[in-house]
Ligand binder design. Structure first.
Ligand SMILES: [Zn+2]
Length: 206
């Protein structure tokens, strides 16, 4: 679990708790973790799903990112700046009213998928947010004895998830590792299917 982030009149921005003990928490650890993941996914992997423009060097306008993050998670500029500044892996950079991920982009990798093997290295699953906890614990099981359906893009997964909830959760499935470990993933038209995804291959990204 990540530590909370906050601001103190005397000590300035802080992680955990400030020296004088009077600082105010701006974002708690759980929320920080969720927004960090979303922000990193948004800037590295799925800007287009949210209509976000990212230039060749990975920069997006901070106000555009802020609008998307606020809509999605109800937090704003101050939280984003704290998350960027205290990111333990230094993933984010903010400069001149713009923000980018410093590394780890897959926007171009996604293009390569269509030219490479049949199964993308990562697949996605959109679902009702209330299902997430049990899925992360027990894995992704087919409903009513049918196969588990996975999507090729985050945009598709969001679309599928919206059948169940206006703000669906999206899970990333490590299909590459599943195949490596001998589990089967099938391509059926535009959809990918499997019998069961154990929890170790699943991460919540939205
Ligand atoms: Zn303080």
């Amino acid at each position: 679990m990540m530590k909370p982030l906050g601001f103190c009149e005397r000590c300035g921005k802080f992680e955990g708790s400030c020296k004088c003990g009077r600082g105010r928490i701006v974002i708690n650890g759980k929320k920080r973790e969720l927004v960090s993941k979303f922000l990193s996914g948004l800037l590295r992997h799925f800007p287009h799903s949210f209509g976000l423009k990212v230039d060749e060097e990975g920069w997006a306008r901070l106000e555009d990112v802020e609008r998307i993050v606020r809509e999605r998670h109800g937090v704003g500029r101050r939280e984003i700046e704290l998350i960027a500044e205290f990111d333990p892996k230094g993933r984010f950079e903010i400069r001149d009213g713009r923000i980018r991920a410093r590394y780890g982009h897959s926007i171009k990798v996604e293009v390569d998928w269509s030219e490479g093997s049949d199964i993308p290295s990562v697949l996605y699953h959109g679902t009702h947010p209330k299902n997430v906890e049990s899925i992360l614990k027990e894995g992704l099981r087919p409903m009513r004895r049918r196969e588990v359906h996975l999507s090729e893009t985050i945009g598709d997964a969001i679309e599928v998830g919206r059948r169940y909830h206006p703000n669906p959760a999206v899970l990333a499935i490590d299909a590459e590792k599943m195949l490596k470990d001998g589990l089967k993933v099938r391509k059926k038209g535009k959809v990918y299917t499997t019998d069961y995804v154990p929890p170790e291959y699943i991460k919540r990204i939205i």
